[in-house]
Design a protein around this ligand. Structure first.
Ligand code: URP
Ligand code: ZN
Ligand code: ZN
Length: 464
């Protein structure tokens, strides 16, 4: 099957130019001007931007918070309709099982036959045992070069202390495995939460009060110090505070392989959302908490300068009526996390490109190219180039819409960006050469997604 995509403006992380792309079966086989190949179908992309399919390196299709569990891979078509063709899911370590074994089991039970986007995985440490640390060097053999530990969430089964973080970092040294951390000081949050509750401060807004920026800054700085001590790379997920970003930037500037990402909600939304009446504020309960304009502006500067190198959704499909309401009367029981898988490209384009905060090439870098590299899947994903998977988004910049949960495929009863104007949309999306979105509508099949094996050394220890 040959598809010729003609006269689109092709955007990569380095450049943009008008040209043609030839796709043969699943791969890009030619890029150029006026390609004359015989094709089974010709797509006129005049006036459209052709972007590489997005790589969302921070997705939760299996996260649990107390008794609540997010929507799973049956909603992964939301990624595709939003221009993300590869998702990287954080998989829970199962009791008594190793990391790779837990991931294999999860894939067999919940992903195979269901996934509608291509996918890769990160492990999550639940049981910080010798066996887990001993397993770390062999994770790349299973195509898993990344492992996350939660410094936050005291009392939850996935909380890890400094000993676990440090041992994981030490075990990863020289192996090509990247340790990722959710950096917030769990003990301080616990004290502040209890103080709020004892004063009768139970509403969603107190989620932010009990998680001020410095609980994130302190933990980020600590994780950086532990990584430097262990001589290992570190990736800090969902950075939201200016000073946490600056700590990462400064360590990186000194030559340490310390990196981080942020998320669309930290770039565009405000703490004040948590104060919305009638428990609406619960929709914005995610960790770290939403911040103020000062932090948002610093984050835009950071993504523009490359101080944070990716923008990920941190998608969590908890619904509001049932699941967020588990925390009615006690904000600490509101499931943490916000949906956003479908909106990453639209929000970045509208709030970033259209406002002049970032260029289209920078968007591609943050949305696809660098996350592919960080996770070792850049041999086939995240770029428009010869031999790459034909994951292509034809973005129509002239379409105007309003974001709404009612038109979303995320499968939850609210949208984090409800009512936000969106400029442009993915008009067509190809997943490995197959048309899966047409005229902005998902037309793919259940189970079409395939596992993409990650290679080690996405972050290498250069020069230190
Ligand atoms: O609030 C959040 N971010 N929930 C998802 C789990 C995590 O902490 O990444
Ligand atoms: Zn987290
Ligand atoms: Zn997360």
């Amino acid at each position: 099957m040959k598809t010729l995509i003609r006269q689109g403006t092709i955007v990569t992380a380095q450049e943009e130019f008008v040209g043609d792309i030839l796709v043969e079966d699943e791969k890009i086989t030619a890029i150029g001007q006026n390609l004359s190949a015989e094709a089974d179908q010709v797509v006129d992309a005049t006036g459209l931007y052709v972007l590489p399919g997005g790589v969302d390196q921070h997705v939760h299709f299996s996260f649990t918070y107390k008794t609540a569990r997010v929507r799973g891979f049956e909603t992964s078509n939301a990624a595709v309709v939003g221009g993300t063709t590869t998702v990287i899911e954080f998989v829970n370590q199962e009791p008594g099982k190793g990391i790779a074994e837990s991931i294999k089991h999860y894939e067999q039970q919940e992903v195979l036959g269901t996934a509608m986007a291509d996918y890769s995985f990160h492990g999550i440490v639940f049981e910080a045992t010798d066996a887990v640390f001993e397993e770390i060097p062999s994770l790349p053999e299973a195509g898993i070069p990344t492992l996350k530990l939660f410094m936050a969430y005291k009392g939850f089964p996935y909380h890890c202390d400094d000993e676990a973080i440090f041992r994981a970092l030490k075990a990863s040294k020289g192996t090509g495995v990247t340790i990722m951390v959710h950096a917030e000081n769990a003990d301080v949050i616990d004290v502040l939460q209890k103080e709020c509750l004892s004063r009768g401060q139970t509403e969603p807004y107190y989620h932010a009060v009990s998680r001020p920026p410095f609980v994130e800054v302190e933990a980020t700085q600590r994780a950086i110090n532990l990584a430097i001590l262990a001589e290992a790379p570190l990736y800090v997920v969902h950075v939201s505070a200016k000073e946490a970003m600056e700590a990462i930037r400064d360590a990186n500037t000194k030559g340490y392989p310390i990196y981080g990402e942020t998320c669309p909600h930290y770039l565009t939304l405000d703490t004040e959302n948590l104060a919305k009446p009638d428990f609406e504020g619960a929709k914005y309960v995610c960790s770290p908490a939403l911040r103020s304009e000062e932090h948002r502006e610093a984050l835009w500067q950071a993504v523009n300068k490359g101080w944070l190198n990716a923008v990920s959704s941190d998608h969590c499909g908890f619904d509001w009526k049932e699941q967020k309401h588990l925390g009615f009367g006690d904000f600490t029981s509101i499931p943490n996390g916000a949906p956003g898988l479908e909106n990453r490209l639209g929000v970045l384009w509208t709030q970033g490109v259209e406002t002049g905060k970032i260029t289209r090439s920078k968007l591609v870098d943050l949305f696809a190219t660098t996350p592919a590299r960080v996770n070792g899947i850049d041999h086939c994903k995240g770029h428009i180039g010869l031999g790459y998977d034909a994951d292509l988004v034809l973005y129509n910049p002239n379409h105007h819409s309003k974001i709404s949960w009612q038109t979303s495929l995320q499968g939850v009863d609210f949208n984090t960006y409800e009512g936000m104007e969106q400029i442009g949309r993915p008009e067509k999306v190809f997943l490995r050469g197959k048309l899966v979105v047409d005229e902005g509508k998902y037309i793919g099949e259940k189970g079409q997604g395939k596992f993409i094996s990650g290679k080690p050394f996405g972050l290498s220890y250069q020069g230190v």
